[in-house]
Design a protein around this ligand. Structure first.
Ligand code: HEC
Ligand code: HEC
Length: 310
């Protein structure tokens, strides 16, 4: 008899149930009971009162409808956003805010990506930075003061530790301060994949800008500068959130640096302690290697050189 169990519906159903149950139990309980499969993140801490208040505003304002907070382990996502999300990162996210729709970019690695000042400016008027964005302006958040009693109740409900000083400090903070503090902590429990640090002591070889003084490149660089850099370095590169790019100082020391140092900083971005040719940065400059081509960056450098001293 060739068909066997296929002719006995009840036995078939029972066997199928048992087999599926074994599968479920193994795939559920094995990882649950194997500590190596869910490593504790040492840097993960409960939210502070200010961060939690910001998280409440994130929920209240519906940011989750346009932004996700989880990076999938896919090459394209990791290249764009950074390290993929780990289960342990969400231990204090109650409830989690993964979201399911990306009208705007994922925010799982937003913490530390920009300086605080960038976020204030962006929330106040996103269109001032990215004319095409449909993100609404949140300038009104700077007018609402936080209510320490309400935050305390929420901290208690979630069983997060806090101090009286921490709570009374909230009285002078606004919804905007809280939201920025929340932005800066998201995703920080996972180590950033560090940009390849320039090895100390190795003699730098400098490359000239292949597009220096090229009129087409300068025109293109001007356009690219306005779209990508002006929000932080100012309309005429004289400095705003980031330092001036047309003065005689580079990384807080007198004396300009060669074109390829401009290229490196723009390409890699900086984080605290980043070293360029022996000078140390403070961090806060995003890298553009994923969004701009080499020619684009050289064009911007050519443009910056063309306006220097004017
Ligand atoms: C209607 C959809 C929409 C809503 C609602 C929205 N955003 Fe956005 N957001 C965007 C878009 C589109 C961008 C990309 C362009 C830009 O930066 O403005 C963006 C960008 C951002 C960025 C910069 C991300 C990066 O990596 O450069 C942050 C931070 C951010 N949003 C936070 C928030 C927060 C916090 C809220 C809620 C207070 C919010 N957004 C509400 C659409 C939205
Ligand atoms: C989110 C804000 C931001 C944006 C956007 C930004 N920068 Fe920066 N930039 C900074 C900050 C902050 C620093 C200081 C970095 C440090 O101290 O590590 C900096 C430093 C630099 C430096 C070193 C300058 C010096 O004199 O010390 C260069 C060159 C530079 N940026 C070029 C660019 C270019 C070109 C673009 C556009 C493609 C750009 N930046 C976009 C914030 C930004």
């Amino acid at each position: 008899m060739g068909s066997g169990i296929y002719n006995k519906p009840i036995a078939f159903a029972l066997t199928a149930t048992v087999v599926i149950l074994i599968g479920t139990v193994v795939t559920m309980f094995y990882p649950m009971l194997t500590p190596e499969m869910h490593p504790k993140l040492e840097n993960l801490k409960p939210f502070t009162a200010l961060q939690l208040a910001g998280r409440d505003i994130y929920q209240r304002e519906g940011c989750v409808n346009c932004h996700t907070q989880t990076v999938r382990p896919l090459k394209t996502e990791v290249l764009r956003y950074g390290e993929y999300s780990k289960a342990g990162e969400f231990a204090y996210d109650r409830p989690f805010l993964w979201g399911s729709k990306r009208t705007g970019p994922d925010l799982a690695r937003i913490g530390g990506k920009y300086p605080d000042a960038w976020h204030y400016k962006h929330f106040e008027k996103p269109q001032g930075m990215f004319p095409q964005t449909n993100m609404p302006a949140y300038a009104f958040l700077a007018k609402n003061k936080l209510d320490p009693a309400e935050v305390e109740a929420h901290m208690k409900a979630l069983d997060f530790p806090y101090t009286i000083e921490e709570l009374s400090a909230l009285g002078s903070k606004t919804d905007m301060d809280a939201l920025v503090a929340y932005m800066q902590v998201i995703g920080t429990a996972v180590k950033k994949t560090a940009p390849v640090a320039a090895a100390g002591g190795v003699k730098e070889v400098h490359f000239p800008n292949p597009l220096a003084d090229n009129p087409q490149a300068i025109a293109k660089g001007k356009d690219l500068y306005a779209k990508n850099c002006a929000s932080c370095h100012g309309d005429n590169a004289k400095g705003d959130i980031g330092p001036s790019l047309v003065d005689d100082e580079f990384f807080y020391e007198k004396g300009d640096m060669p074109d390829d140092d401009y290229f490196e900083v723009t390409n890699n971005g900086t984080s605290e302690g980043y070293v360029e040719d022996g000078r140390t940065g403070k961090g806060g400059m995003p890298g553009f290697k994923d969004s701009l081509s080499k020619d684009d960056i050289w064009s911007i450098v050519a443009y910056l050189r063309s306006i220097k001293g004017k």
